[in-house]
Design a protein around this ligand. Structure first.
Ligand code: NAI
Ligand code: MG
Length: 359
C-alpha cells in the first residue's frame, strides 16, 4: 500500500522564523519516520521574505500564490526585518496568503506547560487553558482605506483605516467558535468586541453572536468588551474556554495569552480555510524576533505546537497528541530556552522533544 503523502510548503521567511521552521520540520520528520510507512511528508522550500525583497523588490514570487495553492498545508515561520517597512513585509507575504486563501479562522490555543513559570499566580494552582479564535479575513485588517486625500500633503495628511464587518464573515467565525466549544470540557464561548464605542461593525458582530447562540443552547455564552477582556485574561482566566474576537482584538489578546502562559515563544497558531478549498497555514504566534535571531536560542515550542495543529488538520490526531506530550515532557524536565528561564538552545530543546516522542 502506498503511504499517504502530505505535501507541505515551507515558508520560513525572516529572523527566528528560519530557526523555528527547521525545528518543527525535524519533529514532523521524526513523527513520519516512526509511522512505519503509513504516511510521509513531501516538503518544498520557498525562500521568500525580506531578503527576497532586497533582491526582487517583492516579498514573494509574482505567481507565488499559484505555486502554493495545491499544497496540503503551508508551514510558516515569521515575516519582518528592519530593512523593510513592517506593513510592506506583512501585507506582501503573510496577510497576502491568509487573505487570498480565505484562511478565515485563526486558532490560537493558550496552554500552560509544566515547568514553565507563568506571571499569573493562579497558574500554580488552577488548571488553565483556553483558545483564542480570531476572525482572520476582514475586520480591522481588511486593508480598506486610504491616505493623502484631496492633495493633502505632508503636515496636513489625512488617513482613513476602515474596519469591514460582514454578516457572513461574523457568522462563520462565530459558528466556528461554538462548534469548537462543543468539543471542549468547558462548553463556553466568550465574544469580544468594543461595540460601545464602535457602533456599526461591532454591533453587527454582537447581533450575529446573539442570534447564533440560540442554535447552541448547550453552550454557555458571554459578551465582553475588549478592554474588560484583557483584564479578565489576567484576573479570571479560569472562566475562559473559547474566546472569539475580531482580527485586531484577537491578535492583541493572543499575545497577552501567550505572555501569561510564560512566553511569546510558546504560542501556536493555525490559519484555517475550513472549507479546504485552499491550503491552511500553520505558524507560531510570534514574529521574527530580530533581537535574538541567528543566535540559536529562540524557543521552538510555538512552531512545534503549530506543527501539531497541522497534524490535527491532516487527521493525524494521535500523532498530534504525541507531539503535545513530548513538549510537556521536555519543558517539565527543565529543558528550556532562556525566554522561559532555561539555558538550552533551540536545537537542544528540539532534540529533547524528538527524544520524548518515543515516550
Ligand atoms: P516578536 O514576536 O518578533 O518579538 C517580541 C519579543 O518576543 C522579542 O523580545 C522577542 O525576542 C521575543 N520572542 C519572539 N519569539 C520568540 C521565540 N520564539 N523565542 C524567544 N523569544 C521570542 O515581535 P516584534 O519584535 O514586535 O516584531 C519583530 C518583527 O516581526 C516585525 O518585523 C514584525 O512586523 C514581525 N511580526 C511578524 C509576525 C508574523 O509573521 N506572523 C507576527 C508579529 C510580528
Ligand atoms: Mg500578532
Amino acid at each position: 500500500e502506498q503511504p499517504q503523502t502530505f505535501r507541505i510548503a515551507a515558508v520560513p521567511a525572516d529572523g527566528v522564523g528560519i530557526e523555528v521552521v527547521e525545528a518543527g520540520r525535524a519533529v514532523l520528520e521524526a513523527i513520519a519516520g516512526a509511522a512505519s510507512g503509513r504516511f510521509a511528508f513531501a516538503w518544498q522550500d520557498f525562500p521568500w521574505g525580506s531578503e527576497y525583497y532586497a533582491n526582487h523588490g517583492r516579498m514573494m514570487a509574482e505567481d507565488g500564490l499559484d505555486q502554493l495553492k495545491d499544497f496540503d498545508a503551508i508551514y510558516f515561520g515569521a515575516v519582518g526585518w528592519p530593512t523593510v517597512p513592517d506593513h510592506v513585509s506583512l501585507w506582501g507575504l503573510r496577510l497576502k496568503i491568509c487573505q487570498s486563501f480565505d484562511q478565515w479562522a485563526n486558532i490560537r490555543p493558550v496552554e500552560f506547560l509544566p515547568g514553565i513559570q507563568s506571571p499569573l499566580r493562579k497558574a500554580d494552582t488552577t488548571d488553565l487553558n483556553w483558545v483564542v479564535v480570531r476572525e482572520n479575513s476582514e475586520g480591522e485588517y481588511a486593508g480598506f482605506g486610504g491616505r493623502n486625500f484631496a492633495g493633502r500633503g505632508p503636515g496636513g495628511e489625512v488617513a482613513v483605516q476602515s474596519a469591514v464587518f460582514t454578516e457572513a464573515g461574523c457568522e462563520r467565525i462565530i459558528r466556528f467558535a461554538f462548534d469548537l466549544a462543543r468539543g471542549r470540557a468547558h462548553k463556553k464561548v466568550s465574544s469580544v468586541t468594543k461595540s460601545n464605542a464602535q457602533q456599526y461593525g461591532m454591533v453587527l458582530w454582537d447581533d450575529v453572536f446573539a442570534r447564533v447562540a440560540t442554535d447552541y443552547p448547550d453552550v454557555e455564552t458571554e459578551s465582553v468588551l475588549v478592554d474588560a477582556m484583557s483584564a479578565k485574561f489576567v484576573l479570571r482566566p479560569e472562566d475562559l474556554s473559547v474566546v472569539v474576537a475580531s482580527n485586531l482584538n484577537a491578535d492583541i489578546l493572543s499575545d497577552l495569552g501567550s505572555a501569561l502562559a510564560g512566553s511569546l515563544g510558546l504560542a501556536a497558531s493555525a490559519n484555517l480555510n475550513p472549507e479546504r478549498r485552499f491550503p491552511s497555514m500553520f505558524e507560531p504566534v510570534h514574529g521574527s524576533a530580530p533581537d535574538i535571531a541567528g543566535q540559536g536560542v529562540c524557543n521552538p515550542v510555538g512552531a512545534i505546537g503549530s506543527a501539531a495543529l497541522m497534524l490535527d488538520h491532516f487527521g493525524l490526531h494521535d500523532e498530534a497528541k504525541r507531539v503535545h506530550r513530548a513538549i510537556e515532557a521536555t519543558t517539565g524536565s527543565g529543558i528550556r530556552t532562556r525566554d522561559v528561564g532555561g539555558t538550552a538552545t533551540t536545537r537542544e530543546v528540539t532534540a529533547a522533544i524528538i527524544d520524548n516522542l518515543a515516550g
